[in-house]
Structures are given as structure tokens and as C-alpha cells.
Design a binder for this molecule. Structure first.
Ligand code: SAH
Length: 282
């Protein structure tokens, strides 16, 4: 990698260091240059379930890859196990890359891991990544903000540490506070979440989209309404990971579904928000 980067000033992953790095939502092209620089230097790469296998192809030859997550029905490694494994690798003098899906600090427990590393005296670097709630939606042609729709966006997790819908959330405040709501890990509790939002005043007809495996060759999308969200998910073949977007920015997909357009589809509606004027005249 370094030979293909224009300057020689790329940071060196020194022995004993752990770089905590986002891998983006899937498409390897969404890695940052810092991520690539890290992949080309790491001796050990500890990666999550959400990291696409193709991304590991960018690792330097001979790098050891260690899976940290759920697989084959085996219980997942606990967060403590993973953090302590990173400490152990650092103490063994390895150049360690901790690779996580999306952005490491967005619903990814990266903050906890980083804190444990620092508490153990391990030197770290953090490399942000493109989060599924922004980049994944972009791959479905959904801008997370649009001047005609929202001045704010709320990112919510669909379940808390106990695996339940976060009971501590003030759903009313979320429903009233933000025109667009992006829900991570929301598939399982979609019915309860949609119910809570409607009970808090969001329209049953509000547009929603579910984007599964965004930015991978298996990307699938579902367009629905808040009222139909859970039933339509249940009737679909969508499998997690999937991101849910609630709000009128979802309509922009009708004009901006660039993935389908690249395959020859025509835009369905050139003016889905009903601006009634050419966008550039504003
Ligand atoms: N740190 C990650 C999020 C981890 S939480 C990030 O910044 O993106 C895991 C959740 O992220 C999944 O349940 C799903 O809601 C979302 N997610 C991650 N990758 C995704 C993808 N490729 N497509 C759709 N959703 C994704």
C-alpha cells in the first residue's frame, strides 16, 4: 500500500500497538486509506462478523487473522475476552489491527475496547470508518439529510445490552425530535419500535426503508411504511445486518437509486419530494 500512496508520511503500526479501525459497511472501496495502510502492516488482525471477507484480502501476506464474534452457533466471545486478547497480543509485541464493521465508535463497542486498552497501558490509534447508517443508506440512494426534509437525524440502536428494545429510551422525544430516524440492529424489534414511534405521534404512512447487507453484492432493499414495517420485514427474505431508515428522505430513493440505475434502471420519479421546481434553481 505505502508504495501506492503519494506521500511517505503514513503512520507506522509499531510492535505493541493496537489500531482500532473501521472497515466500512462492506464494499472494500469504502475502506479509508488509513485502514488500508493498517491492513498492509498488521501482523495480527482481529476482526468482527460484520467485516466482509474480501476486505481481509487486503491484508499483508502472512498476516494472522483472528475472528472475534459469533459463528457456527457458537457463543460469541465476550467483550472482555476480546479486549483482553488485544492486550495479550500487544504485550507479545505484535502489530495489531482490530477491525470492526462500519465505524468502530458507532454502536460497535469500540469505545469500550479502546478504554480497556488504555487502562492496560496499550498504545492505540483510532481509524474511523464509514458507518452503515450513513454510507449504507447512500448505497440505497437515501441521503441521510435533505434540506427539504430534515435538519437533524437520530441514530438509534434497536436493542440494548440485554437484547431488548431499549426500555430507557424516550421514544416520544425521539419521535418528536428528529424527522429522520436511523435504526441499527432494529430487525428483531421492528414491530415494537414502529409501534412506539406511532404511539408517539409518527404517521402510520411515514416512509421507511430497510437496507440489508448494504454495499455488498447481496444488498437488498425494502420500501414500506411505519405501519407495514414489521409485517413487510417478516414477509421478506431480508437477513441482518440491516439498517432501517424512517422518514421522508427515504423517498429520494425513487430518484437516487444509483445502484439500480448503473444496472440500467430508470429513475422512478424525478421529483419524489414534490419540490415542483428544478433542484438547482433553489
Ligand atoms: N459499527 C457499525 C455498527 C455496528 S452495530 C457501523 O458503524 O456501521 C451492527 C448493526 O449495524 C447491524 O445490526 C445493522 O443495523 C448495521 N449494519 C452494519 N453493517 C451493515 C450493512 N452492510 N448493511 C446494513 N446494515 C449494516
Amino acid at each position: 500500500m505505502t508504495e501506492t500512496l503519494p506521500s511517505a508520511d503514513w503512520p507506522t503500526l509499531d510492535p505493541g500497538w493496537v489500531w482500532l479501525c473501521g472497515a466500512g459497511p462492506g464494499d472494500p472501496g469504502l475502506l479509508t486509506l488509513h485502514a488500508l495502510n493498517a491492513l498492509r502492516q498488521a501482523e495480527v488482525i482481529v476482526y468482527d462478523a460484520l467485516v466482509e471477507a474480501r476486505i481481509l484480502d487486503w491484508a499483508r501476506p502472512g498476516a494472522v487473522t483472528e475472528y472475534a464474534g459469533k459463528r457456527g452457533g457458537k457463543p460469541s466471545a465476550t467483550q472482555r475476552d476480546i479486549s483482553l486478547r488485544l492486550v495479550e497480543l500487544s504485550r507479545a509485541g505484535k502489530r495489531v489491527l482490530r477491525l470492526k464493521g462500519g465505524d468502530p465508535f458507532v454502536f460497535g463497542r469500540g469505545g469500550e475496547e479502546a478504554q480497556t486498552l488504555v487502562q492496560h497501558g496499550v498504545p492505540i490509534r483510532v481509524i474511523p470508518g464509514i458507518s452503515a447508517g450513513i454510507g449504507g443508506l447512500a448505497y440505497a440512494g437515501i441521503p441521510v439529510t435533505h434540506r427539504d426534509v430534515n435538519q437533524s437525524v437520530t441514530f438509534v440502536t434497536g436493542h440494548d445490552q440485554s437484547g431488548n428494545t431499549p426500555g430507557s429510551f424516550n421514544w416520544r422525544a425521539i419521535a418528536e425530535g428528529s424527522q429522520v430516524i436511523v435504526i441499527y440492529m432494529g430487525m428483531k424489534h421492528a414491530e415494537r419500535i414502529a409501534g412506539a414511534l406511532m404511539a408517539a405521534g409518527r404517521s402510520a404512512d411515514e416512509p421507511c426503508a430497510v437496507i440489508a447487507r448494504a454495499s455488498t453484492p447481496d444488498q437488498r432493499e425494502l420500501e414500506t411504511t411505519l405501519k407495514q414495517l414489521a409485517a413487510d420485514i417478516a414477509a421478506s427474505d431480508l437477513v441482518p445486518p440491516a439498517i432501517i431508515c424512517v422518514g421522508r428522505t427515504v423517498l429520494m430513493r425513487q430518484v437516487l437509486d444509483w445502484v439500480s440505475m448503473a444496472e440500467g434502471a430508470a429513475p422512478r420519479n424525478l421529483d419524489p419530494l414534490g419540490r415542483g421546481r428544478p433542484a438547482e434553481s433553489a
